[in-house]
Design a protein around this ligand. Sequence first.
Ligand code: NAP
Length: 321
Amino acid sequence: MKAVSIHSFGGPEVLQIEEVIQPTPASDEILVQVFASGINPADWVVRQGGNDFLRPFLKLPIILGVDAAGIVAEIGSEVTAFKKGDLVYGTANFPGDGSYAEYCVAKANQFALKPKSLDFIHAAGVPLASLTAWTALFAHGSFKAGQRVLIQGASGGVGSFAVQFAKAKGAYVIGIASTGNLDYLKHLGADQVIDYTSQKFEETVSDIDLVVEASPQRDNTERLKAISVLKLGGTFVSVNIDAPVNEEVKVALAQKQAKGEFPAYQARREWLEEIAALIDKGDVKVSIDKVFPMEEVAAAHRKSETWHVRGKLILEIKKML
Ligand SMILES: NC(=O)c1ccc[n+]([C@@H]2O[C@H](COP(=O)([O-])OP(=O)(O)OC[C@H]3O[C@@H](n4cnc5c(N)ncnc54)[C@H](OP(=O)(O)O)[C@@H]3O)[C@@H](O)[C@H]2O)c1
């Protein structure tokens, strides 16, 4: 099968399209014929050799890619949730050989039936970013309907889903992005938008129940500002688990009696099913910034590395006829 793999860590030039052996699913896995794969920052972080968190788990050569949308081609002996021919979306085993390939294997519980209203291109943009937003808001964010929720990086992959999930579940949502993305945030349903290029959010909002740091900033000074707008007893969730907080941030959290959470995404079928239902109901939209053919994977990585993606970038593996 054709796959995008790397034999050494480095820049986009290390990406190679090559013929590799099609994988075989273990007893608890499925083999998915991949039609489209979402591009995520995690893909080029792996390409570069990983961060402190990932590095010990990376073995070369490796096929990149986490998000996949496609058709179940084979099921492991213990898998009961799927049958051959099911149209699915989910996340490949991570870290490990991934979804920039004509076929990938994954634990069956990391996949669900794809939203019926989405084609493979749009479905491939959902899994990792939406699961990260879901994990942040609902598993770690102490989210409750009626709360005031502030999303940083609201126009990106994770942020776009966080805005829509929080809105769909009854929050007052404030999104932060750059000037050109403010209308996009309103289109997603944000009640209030802040332009980080011309406004100081810490002087604009207050009494926030939950801040989600879904921007790529990894900056403890920015975190202090985010904690300053929290209500007493609020929650600060950062999805940037590779950027630990310093003592000053710990003290600020304690003074606010606030919770600080740094979760990795959890890949769970039941969450992907709930997300698919929200999408099919029309409560959540999937915005695609650009679709790249497999041959242009290096260009896709370069675009993702700018950190200015509106919604999702997609790698098309196979065209639907
Ligand atoms: N914990 C996990 O398991 C997990 C999983 C996935 C992702 N992540 C992390 O989540 C973060 C977001 O990922 P993503 O896939 O959503 O990335 P993305 O699609 O590239 O989005 C990044 C967003 O950040 C905004 N941004 C860029 N520079 C900024 C700045 N200086 N200040 C404020 N906002 C800025 C951009 O908005 P504008 O274009 O409007 O500036 C952009 O929409 C990344 O740091 C990623 O590593 C963590």
